[in-house]
Design a protein around this ligand. Structure first.
Ligand SMILES: Nc1ncnc2c1ncn2[C@@H]1O[C@H](COP(=O)(O)OP(=O)(O)OP(=O)(O)O)[C@@H](O)[C@H]1O
Ligand SMILES: Nc1nc2c(ncn2[C@@H]2O[C@H](COP(=O)(O)O)[C@@H](O)[C@H]2O)c(=O)[nH]1
Length: 216
């Protein structure tokens, strides 16, 4: 019997480091268990950035196509972020979880609120920058955005941070290795829960109980 995968949400102000942390987490040496893990590929109406590929980083779609999917109830959640639509496909997530794959959603606080309502067992993690100044340094250091976009991301960061109390866990991404260790600990903690293991270890436990019964 397949143990359904765990669903995780990572939210953070843009530039706090969530993509870097997820990338590092997905390296095989990061996690003790061999359980498969994937990052959900969202749909977005924003234009691809240099180096981004359709279907890999996002499914890049028109506003019309996005709205048609909203009308078809195709999204687990969706939101408008920085003037563009972003959404998570319900069918894709359900298929991954049913195959026993742990799924990570890199979504904003609005999406996190919607998923929590639909799936209370979701594990939600907020990644915080160590300071406003450091967040701005990281956005500049990435060399990806104009000054205008950086100012808008800094403004949006305040809205994102005001929701930190809604999350199960907070990781302050100051030292990267420590933040990765914290993230790995949260994922492993979820995987080791009794509810998860009782299905996976059914054969072991039925044998243990059988022996006890014979001795009694
Ligand atoms: N702990 C850290 N110390 C210093 N720099 C970091 C740290 N974590 C990430 N960075 C750097 O900060 C920048 C922003 O990181 P990243 O792109 O992962 O952020 P993000 O939260 O995924 O942003 P977005 O939501 O816009 O995609 C990158 O240049 C990354 O290398
Ligand atoms: N609610 C959702 N938010 C999403 C989704 N995919 C990404 N995002 C968030 O958007 C911003 C901007 O991302 P960028 O890649 O354009 O810089 C960031 O905070 C993401 O977490 C989604 O499917 N739903």
């Amino acid at each position: 019997m397949i143990v359904p995968g765990n669903l995780f949400i990572l939210s953070a102000p843009s530039g706090a480091g969530k993509s870097s942390l997820i990338k590092a987490l997905l390296k095989p040496e990061s996690l003790a268990s061999a359980r498969p893990m994937q990052v959900s590929v969202s749909h977005t109406t924003r234009d691809p950035r240099p180096g981004e590929n359709n279907g890999e980083h996002y499914h890049f779609v028109s506003v019309e196509a996005f709205k048609a999917q909203i009308a078809n109830n195709a999204f687990y959640e969706y939101a408008e972020v920085f003037g563009n639509y972003y959404g998570t496909s319900e069918a894709a997530i359900d298929a991954q979880l049913a195959q026993g794959i742990d799924v990570f959603l890199d979504i904003d606080w609005q999406g996190a609120q919607q998923v929590r309502m639909k799936k209370p067992s979701v594990t939600t993690i907020f990644i915080s920058p160590p300071s406003k100044e450091e967040l701005e340094n990281r956005l500049r250091g990435r060399g990806q955005d104009s000054e205008e976009v950086i100012a808008s991301r800094m403004e949006q960061a305040q809205a994102e941070c005001s929701h930190y109390k809604e999350f199960d866990y907070i990781i302050v991404n100051d030292d990267f290795d420590q933040a990765l260790l914290d993230l790995t600990t949260i994922v492993n903690n979820q995987r080791l829960k009794c509810r998860q293991q009782s299905i996976a270890q059914q054969a072991l436990f039925s044998k243990l109980l059988e022996n006890d019964h014979k001795k009694a």
